[in-house]
Design a protein around this ligand. Structure first.
Ligand SMILES: C[S@@+](CC[C@H](N)C(=O)[O-])C[C@H]1O[C@@H](n2cnc3c(N)ncnc32)[C@H](O)[C@@H]1O
Length: 273
């Protein structure tokens, strides 16, 4: 099965409208401040990127979804900002610039396979300056609300889940109403992959004006496989912390943050005279 994501059309509008805040912004900011230029990989509609660029930080963005990038660009232009934004899948990353920091927030395994994610780590490694830092977060598979029970045969027997009935709509700034609905279709414990059906609806003046349906595949990772993948991609000094607190992680943490460094250039080794 090929990986797919759902960040297009109505869903992209939902992200631009409602996903504009969150504690991740301050958390990742300190890494960007410590190493510029930086690349926000899987930047979406610019939830992190826009505040950073607004604050004068040198940050480029890249995302597989042209719709997310278009909305990010529009939001930036409304503020007179013009960050460099690219439309590329992260496993085929090929940008003209090299970075001191690359960060991925909420985008590991989202619409990508394990092989693609490993390739993405290698592409990130290639795009970092020697000594540059890669920072990414990941929600653990056993996190609250992630359907941990679906890994067992009796849980999988309940799949695919039924479609949800219409729920609560959210109202955008211009009065447009939105609703997202999702259901789990499949969980493959061997591949550690969940497949969801995602629906997005949009109403204007009470009339349904757009309706999207996408498959979303999530590749689910445990801590140590990410560490090994980073090391396999050539990174050193890999650390794992609890997300947002930077504390030593425990089994109670739903989000983990990984940092990894591209090795610095070896010293010239010139003979002393
Ligand atoms: C959950 S959103 C996170 C967006 C943003 N980082 C944030 O925190 O607000 C995941 C993003 O990853 C992007 N994405 C999914 N698969 C991708 C891939 N293979 N390459 C690059 N971006 C991808 C989606 O288009 C989406 O914008």
């Amino acid at each position: 099965m090929t990986a797919s994501t759902w960040h297009y059309g109505v869903t992209a509008r939902w992200w631009a409208e409602f996903n504009t805040d969150g504690p991740e912004i301050d958390f990742f900011r300190s890494y960007v401040e410590a190493g510029q230029p930086a690349l926000d990989l899987g930047c979406g509609t610019g939830r992190l990127l826009l505040p950073y660029v607004r604050g004068g930080l040198d940050v480029d963005g890249c995302d597989v979804s042209a719709d997310m990038i278009a909305l990010c660009r529009e939001a930036a232009e409304r503020e007179g900002l013009a960050p460099s934004l690219y439309i590329q899948p992260k496993h085929e990353l090929d940008l003209p610039r090299r970075y001191r920091t690359v960060f991925v927030c909420g985008a590991l395994g989202v619409g990508s396979t394990r092989a693609e994610d490993l390739q993405a780590f290698q592409r990130v490694h290639d795009h970092l300056e020697p000594g540059g830092m890669f920072v990414l977060d990941n929600e653990v598979p056993y996190a609250e609300g992630n359907g941990w029970e679906l890994w067992r045969p009796e849980g999988r027997a309940t799949l695919p889940r039924l479609r949800r009935p219409p729920g609560k709509r959210r109202v955008g700034a211009d009065g447009t109403e939105y609703e997202l609905r999702s259901r789990v279709l499949d969980l493959d414990p061997l591949e550690q992959r969940m497949t969801l059906e995602m629906q997005a609806f949009m109403w204007r003046d009470g009339d349904l004006v757009a309706e999207d349906e996408h498959l979303l595949t999530l590749t689910l990772y445990f801590k140590d496989e990410i560490v090994l993948m980073l090391e396999r991609a050539g990174f050193v000094d890999v650390t794992v912390r609890a997300a947002l607190t930077d504390a030593e992680p425990t089994g109670a943490d739903d989000f983990l943050v990984f940092t990894a460094r591209k090795p610095a250039l070896p010293s010239s080794g010139g003979r002393e005279r």
